[in-house]
Design a protein around this ligand. Structure first.
Ligand SMILES: Nc1ncnc2c1ncn2[C@@H]1O[C@H](COP(=O)(O)OP(=O)(O)OP(=O)(O)O)[C@@H](O)[C@H]1O
Length: 270
């Protein structure tokens, strides 16, 4: 197992906001965590990357390749982030520092995790930007606010996959995008996943994306996982009352049979 979370609880002071969550993610798997706003999806994801704000505390265990990340120091987690575990946020303010060019942020990551000389770092960054369909030189020299939302997320995917991490955590990466751009960004993430073989933990409130891209879905409500399984099972025959409500709230056109994985990707790339 790439990631195995056991009895994870997260507290704000004495308030429990995530309650004994257990979740597993295999190598190369796309695991969606779906649920309404405030159910605890983001804080669960942040805890894996060691990015919980100071006022929150976590208990339980989060094993990444057999090592409990909750026992890691901030310094060790910094070395792991980017190289082994990457994070894609909802918007550029999460993924990029606004006052640095995209290129210098790629360079900073390469400096932290590799011994490459300057020229080779630049070549690698430009190649990564090209791989996600962005004009490499122009994007490299741009500040995040000079790019569109879709371009920022493409650049975030480029940076997240550049060092071929085994795990990518994507926290509602398409929330700020229109539906056509969102589809293109998700197809790109799926494509990069199949190229690099990484696992994806995908946080979403949109069950349509769960149907289309995920191998597994966990449904969260009030800080607990109430149901886990293959999307076509969970969505066709939801067991928990909350999942039933989520499914019945889907627009009718979305309640069609699900095609998953490679098939969905092929479809998306046509
Ligand atoms: N820094 C914080 N301090 C105190 N409470 C917090 C903090 N961050 C999150 N929470 C609380 O934790 C709960 C879960 O929040 P979280 O952001 O994980 O939800 P979510 O399911 O990701 O929602 P959304 O889809 O809106 O992002 C909420 O009740 C929220 O108010």
């Amino acid at each position: 197992m790439l990631l195995s979370m056991n009895g994870l609880s997260i507290y704000h002071k004495k308030r429990c906001i995530v309650d004994k969550v257990s979740l597993a993610l295999a190598y190369g798997e796309w695991h969606a965590v779906a649920g309404e706003s405030g159910s605890g999806k983001s804080v669960t994801a942040l805890s894996i990357a060691g990015l919980l704000p100071n006022e929150l505390s976590a208990e339980g265990s989060i094993f990444y390749e057999g090592i409990d990340l909750l026992t890691f120091s901030h310094k060790k987690m910094r070395l792991l982030r980017g190289k082994k575990i990457s994070y894609i946020f909802q918007d550029y303010q999460g993924s990029f520092t606004p006052f640095m060019t995209i290129g210098s942020q790629f360079d900073e990551m390469l400096c932290t995790h590799t011994d490459l000389p300057k020229k080779a770092r630049q070549t690698k960054a430009l190649l990564s930007l090209e791989e996600v369909g962005l004009p490499p030189e122009r994007t490299f020299c741009s500040y995040p606010f000079q790019l569109s939302g879709g371009q920022v997320q493409r650049a975030a995917i480029a940076m997240a996959t550049m060092l071929q991490p085994k795990l990518i955590i994507a926290d509602e990466p398409t929330t700020a995008l229109d539906s056509i751009t969102a589809t293109a960004v998700l197809q790109l993430l799926k494509k990069r996943q199949s190229e690099t073989g990484c696992g994806v933990l995908f946080i979403t409130h949109d069950l349509r994306t769960v149907k289309k891209y995920s191998d597994t879905v966990s449904v969260m409500q009030y800080g607990r996982i109430v149901e886990t399984g293959r999307p076509h099972h969970v969505l066709a025959k939801p067991k928990h009352e909350y999942t039933k409500q989520l499914v019945s709230a889907l627009p009718p056109l979305c309640n069609v049979p699900v095609r998953l994985g490679r098939e969905a990707l092929k479809e998306g790339l046509k």
